[in-house]
Design a binder for this molecule. Structure first.
Ligand code: NAD
Length: 290
């Protein structure tokens, strides 16, 4: 199977390297001059896509995905799979899927969770939207780049699953952080908070697996001075996508909106940019109600 990989950044670079290491012929393209061991560079996205069985994209946003899809779809051979692993808005994912279908191609939207560590270690989780035949064709690649691929439904279902999950994550992280800050002011130790909440009805992944308090619970970015991890600006992006989707389908998501507003303030007006999204705890810690 010949693979083209477009977008060799923090995530795409190691994902492409893992496919090359597994013995696939991988041709890569990125607008930045990057070189990845085992990946043959191409002069353009279209050139990389020519003759490929699967074209993988791992790009910053929906606008860039639409532009790249416009270049690669005409260059792809009929029956090939366009596999987008970027996190983008649901509308862009569906628009690209329609364009691919009209050109006689298969396509999947398959955003990931697991971050750069997951991309490097080949342990990503893929949330996948698209047809069953397309999913079956891409499955061997998911097995190399990740540890789990969930087929969520038709085109756009992968992006929908991802933004709903990350909306819950943003909201629960904020709730966990504000509760820790309140507990501090009530004189409760962080160890006691963790011991109680992690085994009580307030538990969540944010508390139990990714505790925002340093020195408490399993090791997390809080123990590394909030070096990401999952950067606040990426959480901001995903919360923005979830509100964009909510507006499009008239869904009432007040907590998602509140989380978006808080992460926007944190990233744009406070010192949150470049910090892990769990750095909301030191933010709350320093504040009063005013
Ligand atoms: P990144 O900025 O490191 O990589 C994106 C790459 O795309 C860059 O190398 C850029 O030069 C390249 N690019 C931009 N425009 C291009 C074009 N027209 N043609 C070819 N290449 C182009 O970003 P990343 O961290 O690798 O994230 C990629 C995607 O994965 C994003 O959609 C992000 O939301 C998602 N994601 C990231 C993480 C994470 O932890 N970094 C986790 C989950 C999902």
């Amino acid at each position: 199977m010949k693979i083209a990989f477009i977008g060799l950044g923090n995530m795409g670079g190691p994902m492409a390297a893992n496919l090359a290491n597994a013995g696939y012929a991988v041709t890569g393209f990125d607008t930045q001059n990057v070189s990845i061991d085992g990946v043959t560079p191409a002069a353009s996205a279209a050139e990389a896509a020519k003759g490929a069985d699967v074209v993988i994209t791992m790009l910053p946003n929906g606008q860039i995905l639409r532009a790249v899809a416009g270049e690669v779809i005409p260059a792809m051979q009929k029956g090939a799979v366009l596999l987008d692993c970027s996190t983008v808005d649901v509308d862009s994912a569906r628009a690209v899927a329609d364009q691919a279908k009209a050109a006689g191609l298969l396509s999947l939207d398959a955003p990931v969770s697991g971050g750069v560590g997951g991309a490097t270690g080949g342990t990503l989780t893929f949330m996948v939207g698209g047809s069953k035949p397309a999913f079956a064709k891409a499955r061997p690649l998911f097995e190399i780049m990740g540890q789990k691929a969930v087929h969520c439904g038709e085109a756009g279902a992968g992006q929908s699953a991802k933004i709903c999950n990350n909306m819950i994550l943003g909201v629960t992280m904020i709730a966990t952080c504000e509760a820790f800050a309140l507990a501090d002011k009530l004189g409760l130790s962080r160890e006691a908070m963790f011991d109680v909440v992690s085994t009580s009805s307030g538990y969540s992944w944010s508390m139990n697996a990714y505790c925002p308090a340093p020195g408490v619970g399993p090791e997390s970015p809080a123990d590394r001075d909030y070096k990401p991890g999952f950067a606040s600006e990426l959480m901001l992006k995903d919360l923005g996508l979830s509100q964009m989707a909510a507006e499009a389908v008239d869904a009432d998501t007040p907590m998602g909106q509140a989380a978006l507003d808080l992460y926007r303030r944190f990233v744009e007006d406070e010192d949150g940019k470049g910090k892990d999204f769990s750095a909301m705890l030191p933010r709350f810690e320093k504040r009063g109600r005013g």
